[in-house]
Design a protein around this ligand. Structure first.
Ligand code: ADP
Length: 423
C-alpha cells in the first residue's frame, strides 16, 4: 500500500501544482467561513471533500499538450500518434515499423492492399517478398532510405515501388522518448500499375504501327527489285506490278493519315467543342460522300431523319469523320445485308442519338468491348481486304470522348450490328 502511494506521489504533486489557484481559493473561502463563525466541522469536511474532487479532476483534453505518458518524474513523449494520424490520411499504403520490423501502424490503404495486421506483429506476417524484407532489414541496420520495384500477381496484377525510410523523430524539450519509439520507419507502396500499363500500350502501339507500315514497305521494295531485274523488259508485268505498288502506297498513306488524326485528337482531347451543329446536314453530307462506295458494294444507305433540326455542341469536321467511319464500316462489313439504316433521334430536351444499323454477319460478343482499341480487328485479313487500318473506331472513340458522347455497340452474330452515338 505504502509503495503504491510512493509511486503516485509525483503525480499528486503535479496535480497540486496544476490546480494551485483553485486550491488556494478553496482554502481562503474556508478560512473566511471559520473567521465568520461557521462551525469548524462542516467547514473542514467541505474543504477536504472539495480538495479531493479537485485533485482527482482530469486535465482538460483540449489543453492537453502533445501525447505524453508520465513515468516517475519524467514526461515520456510518444511520437507514434501524430505520425499515425498523418499517415492515416494518405491514400497510398503505408506502414510504420519499429526497429525490429514489427508493425506499429498501417493505414487503411495498406489494410485494403495487404490485409489487416494486429498491432506489433512482424512485417513477415503479411509481406513475404524476400526483396522487401531484405530491404527493410538493411535500411533499419544502416538508417538509410531505400526502394525497389515489387510486383503482385494476386488478387490482380499490380506493380508497386516499395520504399523504406527512417522517420525523423524529434524529442520535445523537457520530454523523453521511450527506447522502442526512438527509431521509427515508414514503409510505403506507390502503385505504378497504371503507368506501366500506359507504357506497355505506348510501346505496343509503336510496334503495331511499325508492323503495319513494314508490310506494304516490304512489298513495295520487292516489286521495285523485280521491276529492276526479272521484269525489266516485260511491260505487261510492269503494268500489273505498278498498280499493286500504287495500292500499297495508298494503304501506307491511309495509315499515316489515321495516325496523324489520332495524335491531333489526343492533343486536344481535353478541350470540349463549342459550336452548335445540326446533325441532319452532317449525316446527309456523309451519305453523299459515301455514295460511290455504297454503289460499288451494292449497298443502299437509308436515312431516317426527323423534320426538326437536331443540334449538338460539336466540331463539324470531326462529326463527319465519326459518321463516315461508322457508315463506311456498316457498308463494308455488312455488305451482304444490302441495306444500311441511319436513324437520327432526339433534339430539344431529348439527347441526340444517331444509330447506324447493318444486316451483315455481326460481331461475336468477345470482340465487342475491344473494337475501339487501336489496330484491333475481328479479322485482320478481312479488314485489310476492305482497305481498313484498324484505327477507324479508335478515332471515333477519341472524337466522341472530346464531345462527351458515348458509343454503344450491339451486335448479334448472323443478324447484323448496331452502332449508336449518344450525345
Ligand atoms: P478497320 O479499319 O479495320 O475497319 P475499325 O476500327 O473501323 O478498323 O474497326 C475495327 C474492326 O471492327 C474491324 O476490323 C471489323 O472487324 C469490326 N467492325 C467494325 N464495324 C463493323 C460492322 N459494322 N460489322 C462487323 N464488324 C465490324
Amino acid at each position: 500500500m505504502g509503495e503504491k502511494w510512493r509511486q503516485r506521489l509525483p503525480q499528486i504533486r503535479r496535480q497540486v501544482r496544476r490546480e494551485r489557484l483553485l486550491l488556494l481559493l478553496l482554502t481562503i473561502v474556508g478560512v473566511i467561513a471559520l473567521v465568520s463563525g461557521v462551525a469548524w466541522v462542516p467547514v473542514v469536511f467541505a474543504w477536504a471533500l472539495l480538495v479531493i474532487v479537485v485533485l482527482l479532476r482530469k486535465p482538460d483534453e483540449a489543453t492537453a499538450p502533445v501525447p505524453v505518458v508520465v513515468e516517475e518524474d519524467v514526461l515520456i513523449y510518444d511520437p507514434l500518434p501524430p505520425i499515425a494520424a498523418t499517415l492515416g490520411a494518405y491514400d497510398t499504403p503505408g506502414f510504420v515499423l519499429a526497429n525490429d520490423a514489427s508493425v506499429l501502424f498501417q493505414n487503411r490503404a495498406a489494410e485494403v492492399a495487404f490485409g489487416s495486421l494486429p498491432f506489433g506483429s512482424h512485417l513477415t506476417a503479411r509481406i513475404r517478398s524476400p526483396g522487401i524484407l531484405d530491404m527493410v532489414r538493411d535500411a533499419i541496420a544502416s538508417d538509410e532510405p531505400d526502394q525497389l520495384e515489387h510486383s503482385e500477381r494476386l488478387p490482380s496484377e499490380r506493380v508497386f515501388i516499395a520504399r523504406i525510410a527512417p522517420i525523423p523523430v524529434v524529442e520535445p524539450e523537457g520530454m523523453s522518448i521511450s527506447a522502442d519509439r526512438r527509431k521509427l520507419y515508414l514503409l510505403s507502396f506507390r502503385d505504378i500499375s497504371e503507368l506501366r500499363r500506359l507504357d506497355r500500350m505506348r510501346s505496343d502501339f509503336v510496334a503495331n504501327a511499325s508492323h503495319e507500315l513494314r508490310t506494304p514497305l516490304a512489298s513495295l521494295r520487292g516489286f521495285i527489285e523485280t521491276l529492276q531485274g526479272p521484269a525489266k523488259g516485260d511491260p505487261a508485268a510492269q503494268e500489273r506490278f505498278l498498280s499493286i505498288m500504287l495500292e500499297q502506297a495508298t494503304r501506307m498513306s491511309r495509315l499515316v493519315d489515321d495516325l496523324m488524326s489520332l495524335s491531333r485528337l489526343e492533343l486536344k482531347s481535353h478541350i470540349a467543342p463549342d459550336q452548335r451543329i445540326d446533325l441532319k446536314p452532317v449525316l446527309s453530307h456523309v451519305r453523299d460522300a459515301l455514295l460511290p462506295l455504297s454503289d460499288d458494294l451494292g449497298v443502299e444507305i437509308r436515312m431516317h431523319l426527323p423534320q426538326e433540326p437536331v443540334e449538338v455542341l460539336g466540331d463539324r469536321d470531326e462529326l463527319v469523320q465519326v459518321f463516315e467511319n461508322l457508315i463506311e464500316n456498316a457498308c463494308k462489313y455488312g455488305q451482304d445485308g444490302k441495306v444500311v439504316d441511319v436513324h437520327l433521334k432526339g433534339g430539344g430536351d431529348e439527347p441526340a442519338e444517331v444509330t447506324v444499323i447493318d444486316r451483315g454477319p455481326g460481331i461475336p460478343p468477345e470482340h465487342v468491348p475491344r473494337l475501339t482499341e487501336r489496330f484491333y480487328r475481328v479479322s485482320v485479313a478481312d479488314s485489310r481486304s476492305k482497305k481498313g487500318t484498324g484505327l477507324g473506331l479508335a478515332i471515333v472513340k477519341h472524337i466522341l470522348t472530346r464531345h462527351r458522347a458515348r458509343l454503344i455497340v450491339r451486335s448479334q452474330v448472323g443478324e447484323g450490328s448496331e452502332f449508336t452515338v449518344r450525345f
